[in-house]
Design a protein around this ligand. Structure first.
Ligand code: UDP
Ligand code: MG
Length: 168
C-alpha cells in the first residue's frame, strides 16, 4: 500500500476540438486523485518529438507529431496536467483505455471518444504515462518544479539572469 505516484495527462488537440475537456476531467475525477499541476501548452516541434522520441522510427511518427502539435485539428494546444496519488499511473491508464481506440473497452475514455484516421493514426484524445520511469521523464519535460504544487523529484537552485515578459 501507499504507492503514491504522479502521472502526466494530456488532453490532446482532438479532445479539445471535440469539446471533451469537461467529460474527460469528470471521468478522471472517478480516480479521486489530485491534480497538482495544470496548464495549456502550445506544443513546439521539439517538445512533441522529445515527448514521443521512443516512436521516432515508426511510420506514423510524422503524422503523430502533427497531431500532438494540433495541426490536424486547428487547435494548436494541449491541456497538460499532473495527477497525483495512490497508484495514479495505473488508475489513469485504466480509465484512458487501450492505445488503439477500436480495441479500447468502449466504456474507457479512448473507447468512447477515440477514432482511427484514414491515414491510420490513432486519435485517442488523451495521453497518460505508462510507468514510473516514463512519468518522471514526461513530467520533467512538460513542467518546471515551480509549476507543481507538491515536491515530486529532487531539485536544484540555480541563479539566472532572466529577461521576463511582464504585464504592461
Ligand atoms: N499511435 C498510433 N498508432 C500506433 C501506435 C501509437 O497512432 O500504432 C499514436 C497514438 O496516438 C498513441 C501515441 O501514438 O497514443 C503514442 O503511442 P504509445 O505506444 O506510447 O501509446 P500510449 O502510451 O499513448 O497508449
Ligand atoms: Mg506511451
Amino acid at each position: 500500500m501507499n504507492n503514491i505516484q504522479a502521472t502526466l495527462v494530456l488532453i490532446k488537440p482532438d479532445g479539445l476540438k471535440k469539446s471533451l475537456t469537461g467529460n474527460i476531467l469528470t471521468r478522471l475525477s472517478e480516480t479521486k486523485l489530485e491534480i497538482v499541476a495544470a496548464k495549456v501548452v502550445r506544443v513546439s516541434r521539439e517538445l512533441a518529438e522529445t515527448h514521443y522520441c521512443h516512436l521516432k522510427d515508426k511510420p506514423f511518427f510524422p503524422e503523430l507529431i502533427k497531431y500532438v502539435q494540433g495541426e490536424l485539428h486547428d487547435r494548436k494546444k494541449v491541456l497538460a496536467m499532473i495527477y497525483w496519488g495512490e497508484d495514479a499511473i495505473n488508475k489513469v491508464r485504466a480509465l484512458a483505455g487501450a492505445t488503439n481506440p477500436e480495441e479500447a473497452d468502449p466504456t474507457t475514455i479512448r473507447g468512447s471518444y477515440g477514432r482511427i484516421t484514414t491515414k491510420g493514426l490513432y486519435e485517442n484524445v488523451i495521453h497518460a504515462s505508462t510507468n514510473e520511469e516514463e512519468a518522471e521523464r514526461e513530467i520533467k519535460l512538460w513542467f518546471c518544479p515551480d509549476e507543481v504544487i507538491v515536491d515530486l523529484y529532487p531539485t536544484n537552485k540555480v541563479k539566472k539572469e532572466l529577461s521576463l515578459r511582464v504585464w504592461a
